[in-house]
Design a protein around this ligand. Structure first.
Ligand code: ADP
Length: 495
């Protein structure tokens, strides 16, 4: 792996690159090598204040919200075009900062982020209200932007998460302060430059870097109108408590522990491939990870035989190589967390059927962990109940549909789920029994931008993607126009 020079990055506030007022910085590392790749500005309270004020002033001035939908659409499409032109560089930077295989950055993350901007460029032109004609009156609704949106995102899909958040917020005419995760801030800063180049007015999109303190300061700021947060359930709860003090609008996309249910009548080869992609895509660092694999008793052994022979063929290594399928996990913290859960699984009495080893030594300083599978897992074990956010699969047996429905729903999370069966009635009926915001039937991790995505239970609320996401970024105002001569209130006091 070639080592790029260590960069120094700044905050992006009101169209300008500026240092943090305190001068404080932190390091971001390449998880494949452990090398420092950038010194990043740590935004403090005053920087957060400057970014929020810039967004507030841009909102009040009307420089964005008063543009026609067609003009907003043109700029969002230009952002998509510039991302497309710079795809190779952005993908390489994402892989360097996050560790994900270059094939995933190039063929999944970037295209999906670009697609989100294109979709919301079109969606901007579809925002409309409702008219309700009444006898002697007309009422109609206006969909207005909420105002300043604080958007706090995680490190697992840095650019894609930024696009999912910025797309609908900007389409609806809001202004934004985006805070990428401290582990992966580099592509969001590059995106800020792209916004400027695309002609976005200053102050509409601000990007500030920093750790949880920066996020907390943003959530507290009185001029923030709405918070969109993607991250852990634990921090999501804190965000909601803090937001309650001033009743800021909140949408939360939080953790998951998704059930992937294989019935005996499934196409086993398809289900094996699907189960591998469900858990090992992005090194399992995805809130949709199919980390609980439910296998019907009668096919358990046949399935596992196929699964274990396939898993052994996965290519782990340098994420900059096109042939690599599994890269390192994203950080030292993540490495420690995943390895701790592997030890917990062993102690709990589950059978370690594959993996469990780290591929790290004096030579190899990256955070590489083997794809890992535990069988004989009981639903009450920690490895079955808690989000590991890494390449660790828990396999659980079930008898029949009732048994599966009970086990699948016996968890505080409810983000996504999947069912593998060739029985169409069973598939649709079981989909209704799952308490989760998304059900895949005979596939996994496919998230078209047109369809709503979000959680039940402690996986959060609000829906990203689709036209529905615009609801989270608009206020509804009803306008009542008196048209009749005898309005009910004009004569009320006999005047
Ligand atoms: P993860 O466990 O995946 O790192 P976190 O929930 O800790 O997820 O982080 C997700 C995002 O939330 C990151 O951008 C992080 O800096 C930010 N964050 C962490 N703590 C807070 C907090 N108390 N308030 C607001 N944002 C926070």
């Amino acid at each position: 792996m070639t080592q790029s020079p260590v960069r120094t990055t700044k905050l992006f506030i009101n169209g300008q690159e500026v240092d943090a007022l305190s001068g404080e910085t932190f390091e971001t590392i390449n998880p494949a090598t452990g090398n420092v790749i950038a010194h990043v500005a740590q935004a403090g309270d005053e920087d957060v204040d400057a970014a929020v004020r810039a967004a507030h002033e841009a909102h009040v001035s009307g420089v964005w919200r008063e543009k026609s939908a067609a003009e907003r659409s043109i700029i969002l499409n230009r952002v998509a075009d510039l991302m497309q032109e710079n795809l190779a560089g952005l993908a390489a930077l994402e892989t360097e900062d996050n560790g994900k295989p270059i094939n995933e950055s190039s063929f999944i993350d970037l295209p999906m982020a670009i697609d989100a901007f294109r979709f919301y460029a079109s969606a901007a032109r579809m925002i409309s209200g409702q008219a309700v004609p009444l006898p002697g009156a007309l009422t109609y609704t206006l969909k207005e932007p909420v105002g300043v949106c604080a958007q706090i995102i995680p490190w697992n899909f840095p650019l894609m998460m930024a696009a999912w958040k910025l797309g609908p917020a900007l389409a609806a005419g809001n202004t934004v302060v985006l805070k990428p995760a401290e582990q992966t801030p580099l592509t969001a800063l590059r995106l800020a430059e792209i916004f400027s180049a695309a002609g976005m007015p200053d102050g509409v999109v601000n990007v500030i870097t920093g750790d949880g303190r920066t996020g907390a300061s943003l959530v507290k700021h009185p001029l923030v109108d709405k918070i969109a947060f993607t991250g852990s359930t634990e921090v999501g709860k804190q965000v909601m408590v803090e937001a309650a003090h001033s009743l800021k609008r909140v949408s939360l996309e939080l953790g998951g522990k998704a059930p992937n249910v294989v019935f005996a009548d499934a196409d086993l080869d398809q289900a094996v491939n699907g189960a591998l992609f469900a858990i090992y895509f992005n090194q399992g660092q995805i809130c949709t990870a199919g980390s609980r694999l439910f296998l019907q008793d009668s096919i358990h052994d046949a399935f596992m035989e196929k699964f274990l022979s396939k898993i052994a063929t996965l290519r782990i290594g340098d994420p900059t190589q096109n042939t690599t399928q599994i890269g390192p996990v994203a950080s030292q913290d993540q490495f420690d967390k995943v390895t701790r859960y592997i030890e917990i699984g062993k102690k709990e009495g589950a059978t370690l059927a594959f993996g469990g080893e780290v591929l790290r030594d004096e030579e190899r300083k990256g955070y590489f962990i083997q794809p890992t599978v535990f069988t004989d897992v009981h639903n009450s074990m920690q490895i079955a109940q808690e989000e590991i956010f890494g390449p660790v699969l828990s396999v659980i047996r079930f008898k029949d549909e009732d048994d599966a429905a009970r086990l699948v729903n016996d968890i505080p999370y409810g983000l996504v789920s999947a069912i593998w069966t060739q029985d169409i009635k069973k598939a649709h009926n079981f989909a209704r029994r799952i308490q989760a915001g998304y059900v895949w039937i005979n596939t996994y991790n496919v998230l078209p931008v047109e369809a709503p995505f979000g959680g039940y239970k402690q996986s959060g609320f609000g829906r990203e993607l689709g036209l529905g996401a615009l609801e989270m970024y608009t206020e509804t105002k009803n306008v009542y126009v008196e048209l009749g001569a005898q309005a009910p209130i004009t004569g009320w006091y006999g005047v």
